[in-house]
Design a protein around this ligand. Sequence first.
Ligand code: DGY
Length: 323
Amino acid sequence: MAPDLPRLLVTRRLPREVENRLAKAYRADFNADDHQMSEAEILGDAQGKDALLITPMDKCFATGIIAKLPLSVKVIATFSVGHEHVDIAAARERNIAVTNTPDVLTDATADIALLLILGAARGAYWGERMVREDRWNSWSPTAPLGLDVSGKRLGILGMGRIGQAVARRARAFDMELHYHNRRPVAPDLAQGARYHAALDQMLPHCDFLSVNCASTPETRGLVNDSLIARLPDGAIIVNSARGDIIDDDALIAALKSGKLAAAGLDVFRNEPKIDPRYRTLDNVFLLPHLGSATRDTRIAMGMRAADNLDAFFADGNPADLLT
Ligand code: DGY
């Protein structure tokens, strides 16, 4: 092991191809048993490190750890596009660069958004359970029944890369597209979706609402009672972005009252310790944060994080520097 290679702490197991690459270019400490490291453990293992490669589960990077990191740490690469778990301002204060992994998980995450739309509308959860529990007695013309997706109106909340990829896919289902974003996107990226500068104006047009915005102070809790009240009765909400954008009390009440026909959720506030009430509802299709969880995508995310670290140590200018 060359002593002059930068020293790196990797807080979770990464795909083998990625760890092999990192092991050649860094004096890297890996997390052999893939446990979730505590703040104290990260602080201990960060001593003497030049770089940290972390994940969205390392939530302590949003809550004070950065000020306590040793001065040796110069860069933090997060293995994710989302970066609400890193206090970028605190990192800037300490002159620590922060990078993320955009682009490479766009398609995989948009695929999961469509799976949520289909799973929620067509009753994938109760259908699967009927088969597994041997309660499927006969094909019936009247029960059980789900809802059509084709021809319905889809509102996309957040028209970044993933929102745009959801729009491309939804077009293939003949959905009528609407979106809300801080700014309109170029027409070729909007896929014919109608722009609503005010979210409130879009909501009455949403048979389906797909949450695709980042978690920020402005969006946390955005999907609340009053937003849900403005959706058409029997609408469906799907979330493949971040759990804290949804007010769980409001969503659960609307699922129970029938205001919403169903929901599809891949992300949750405090995941994996989700609000247990979701498990009791038949009209919610639940997945364990699978958005980017394909082998190729996770390798691509790791390679992107490694590219950023390499660029940081080569010329201080990684492609995905967060400011
Ligand atoms: C991300 O990269 O932010 C995703 O949520 C991980 O799937």
